[in-house]
Ligand binder design. Sequence first.
Ligand code: AMP
Length: 509
Amino acid sequence: MCGIIGLVGRRGYHINQLLYDGLTVLQHRGQDAAGMMTENKGRYHLRKSNGLVKDVFYKRHMQNLLGSVGIGHVRYPTAGSSSAAEAQPFYVNYPFGISLAHNGNLTNAEEIKELLTGEYRRHVNTNSDSELLLNLLAMELHSRTHNLTIDGEFHVDVKTIFSSVAALHKQISGGYACVSLISRYGILAFRDPNGIRPLIFGSREVDGEKEWVVASESVAIHALGFEVERDVEPGEAIFLSSNGQIYTQQCAEETHHSPCIFEHVYFSRPDSIIDGISVYQARLNQGQRLAERILEQFPDHDIDAVIPVPDSGRYAALQMAGTLGVEYREGFVKNRYIGRTFIMPGQAMRKKSVRRKLNAIPHEFKGKNVLLVDDSIVRGTTSAQIVEMAREVGANKVYFASAAPPVRFPNVYGIDMPAVTEFIANDKTVDEIGEEIGADKLFYQTLEDLIEVTSINGDQSWDASCFNGEYVTGNVSQEYLDALEAARNDSAKTVNVLSDEIIGLHNDE
Ligand code: AMP
C-alpha cells in the first residue's frame, strides 16, 4: 500500500515543506520508501530513497526541492521487492517531462509491460506498476500532441490530457490512484473506475490566490490547513494547473463505485473520511456489531475486561466494551519506535518482533477473563503471541475477537498481504483458528455484518476480495493469483529484503 500527494501552491511559494508534512501524515500508508518531485522554473527536482520520510529528506534535499508544484509518495511494497530503485515518483522526459506516483496495483501489468516494451519500444527498468502507468500515460499524451507546434510556449488543451486518461482507463485494470506532474502544466490526478483506492482533493486561498492539494486521505488535507473540496470520483480525473485553475472530467466509460473495505478495517487513519464515510465511525460500528453478536451467542458471558491490540484494535474495542457492559482496559504497551511487523522476512524474525513491539501490563490480566480485540487476523502471528503474553501475565481465560472476517484470499488491488498459504484462516474453521492462536474462544465479524455497518451512507458495493475472493474488476485469473502467491511467500521476500539492505547502503550515502 502507498500514500500519494500532489500540491499546487501560489506563484513564487515553495511547497516542499507542505509536501513533506503531507507525507508524514500519510506515513502509515507506507514506511518502506519515500519520494518527492517538485518543479521550479521548468526544472524538476527529485529526491527518493528507502526509509521513513524523516530519514529520506534531509535539509540539503529540502533546499533543493524548490517550486510551487510537486508530488510525493510513501511506499509499502505490495508484492516481493522493496528495492530503492522502485521508490516513487518515476520520471520520463518525453513528452513535456512527466513524473508520476501511484497507490494500488495493476492486475494486467504483464500485458502492459509487453505493450510498452514490444509495440512502443520503451524500456521498463523496474517491476513497479508506476513505471508502466507513467510510460503508458506518456505514450497516450505523445500520440495526441506530437503534431502540435511549439512556438516558445507549450500548448496542450486540458481535454487532451483527459482523453489520454480515458485511453489509459481502457487499457489498464486494477486498483489505482495516481498523481502526475506534467512539466509546466500542472498536476493530473485520477482514480480507477471502481474507486478501489481512495483519492480526495482540497484547496485554500492565500492572498487571493488559490492553492490545491490532492491526497490519498483527507487527514493530509486538514493537517496542511486546506479545506476538503470532495473525493475524486471513481474514473474521474482532475487537473490542477500551475496557475491555480482546476479542471475535472469523468474519463471512464463505465464506473462502479466499490472502494476497498480494508481501508476501513485497518489501513486508513481513523481521522480520515473516505467517500463520505468516517473511518473512525466505521470502526466503532464494527465493534458495536461484533459485541452484539457475542451477546447473542454468549448471553451469560464471563468477560471481565475488553483489551485492545494497539493501535488499530482500539476503536472497535472501545465500542465493544460499552456494548458488552464491561470495562475497557489498556493491557498492552506498544513501543512506538519499532516499525510494523508485517513485512519482516521470515516467520522467526516476525515472531520476535511482536514481542519487541508489545508488552503486557500484568495488573490488567491477573486472574481476569479478558477479551482481546484486533482489527483483523492475517497470519495469526500477532494474535498467537498476544494470547500467550496475556496468559504469561496471569490471565484466567483469554478470548479473542477480530473486527474483520477471516482473511482467506489475496488482495490484488494494492494491499500487502502474505501468500494465501500463510494466512492462518487458510483451510481452517474458526474453531481451528481459535485453537491455533491458543484462545479460549475466538469471535470473528461476519462479512455481511462488516459490509452493513461500514456502509454508513446506505447500501453500497465494496471490494471485499480478501474476505470473499470476489474481484470487482472481474479479470483476475488463477494464473495471475499463482504468480502473486509465488512473489509473496516468505522465501521470495527474504531474498528481496537482503538485497535491499545492500542497495540501501549505497543509496543513503
Ligand atoms: P498477523 O495476524 O500477525 O499477520 O497480523 C495481524 C495484524 O497486522 C493486525 O493487528 C492488523 O492490524 C495488522 N495488519 C493487517 N493487515 C495488514 C497489512 N496489510 N499490512 C500490515 N499490517 C496489517
